[in-house]
Design a protein around this ligand. Structure first.
Ligand code: CP3
Length: 339
């Protein structure tokens, strides 16, 4: 087993910097599109053999040092009692958005092993097949709440913030149900064999620091403390680089960093007692290979002060990305960081 990733998570010395790409299993890969052409996205998530197959694709094609389970952050939301659909043009749609007390009361916290068994079956299949560690994941409560309240993606999150400000108790009740779901869901993935977990807070950055601390952070802290010491916990508050001091209070072991901040400045805000992950603008992969290499080198240098560094993009790889450039990035990380 290649344990470079887990060593870097713990801040131990590694022979080179481990690398993976958020959304590494996805539409930029022809091999993924081939599997996806036969089934819809949700069926792919719910069929363990197929989910495992596409999880392994980027490990073999890109030679990354870790796999991330193929699934979606909205899978447990569907299990909580909402109708979910993925539209090709509009992205995820959640019907009957949660906007009042009746709707919040109707939702249930899930028991993952019973309610989404296919996720754990995929994890179990993968730990048998993989020669690299496997990351399990979940959305963070605030990010999941935005999808549940808005009914899908949003521009200004007015419904979410209205509920937050006008009926904070109702918002809190919703967040607590999601928090309990996330704890059970991540624990179940760990029990099934996941070697690390990542909490995606993709919309944390739409909150002001004061609101992040009041409405989003407490639930993340509870999740992290429930899992602490079991496996490394990565917390990625996308667009949150201006409030990394607060983000650190989550207690996670590794922090995802987007590309809007210099990596050394991010480490300065987080302190040198935690590991970092990310920082390369995903659009760098549309540039020439010497530019990709140059930017990789820059981030490797700027990350030297961290307790550990896992190379990654600052957000998910885009569907239009040339595969050869993703491969070139992984090669550059391995070569330039080799000690
Ligand atoms: O990283 C991986 O390879 C693992 C798989 C993974 C997916 N979604 C597969 C996916 C992971 C970790 C996610 C997380 C996810 N899902 C997040 C957090 C990360 C982030 O991007 O901020 C969010 C916000 C979602 C919700 C979601 N799922 C959206 C907004 C969309 C539509 C946008 C898009 O990219 O199409 C999805 C669909 C989705 N999730 C796809 C994939 C491969 C594309 C579906 C397809 O094949 O048609």
């Amino acid at each position: 087993m290649n344990d470079t990733f887990l060593k870097a998570c713990r801040g131990e010395k590694t022979a080179y910097t481990p690398v993976w790409l958020m959304r590494q299993a996805g539409r930029y890969l022809p091999e993924y599109r081939k599997v996806r052409s036969k089934v819809d996205f949700l069926t792919l998530c719910k069929t363990p053999e197929l989910a495992a197959e596409v999880t392994i694709q980027p490990v073999e094609i890109l030679k990354v040092d870790v796999a991330i389970l193929f699934s979606d952050i909205l899978i447990p939301v569907e299990a909580m009692g909402m109708k979910l659909e993925f539209s090709e043009s509009k992205g995820p749609i959640l019907y009957d958005p949660v906007r009042n007390d009746v709707a919040v009361s109707r939702l249930r916290s899930i028991k993952a092993k019973e309610d989404v068994p296919f996720v754990m079956d995929a994890v179990k299949l993968l730990v048998k097949k993989l020669n690299v560690p496997l990351i399990g994941f979940s959305g963070a409560p605030f990010t999941l709440a935005t999808y549940m309240i808005e009914g899908g993606s949003s521009r200004n999150f007015i419904n979410t913030k209205r509920m937050m400000y006008q009926t904070p108790e109702l918002f809190g009740k919703l967040m607590d149900k999601i928090r309990d779901t996330v704890i059970d869901y991540l624990q179940a993935q760990i029990d099934a064999g996941a070697n690390a977990v990542q909490i995606f807070d993709s919309w944390a950055g739409v909150l002001s620091p004061v609101d992040f601390e009041a409405y989003a952070l407490p639930c993340v802290q509870k999740i992290v403390s429930a899992l602490k010491g079991k496996v490394p916990v990565i917390y990625f508050a996308f667009n949150g680089s201006a409030m990394l001091k607060l983000v650190k209070k989550s207690g996670a072991d590794i922090f995802g960093i987007d590309w809007r901040i210099d990596m050394a400045d991010a480490i300065g805000m987080l302190g040198s007692d935690v590991a970092v992950q990310g920082n390369l603008d995903p659009c760098t992969l549309f540039g020439p290979k010497d530019l990709i290499r140059d930017r990789v080198k820059g981030i490797l240098n700027r990350a030297e002060g961290a307790k550990g560094h896992i190379f990654n993009l600052g957000h998910g790889i885009l569907p239009e990305t040339p595969v050869e450039n993703a491969i070139a990035m992984v090669e550059a990380v391995h070569e330039l960081s080799s000690r």
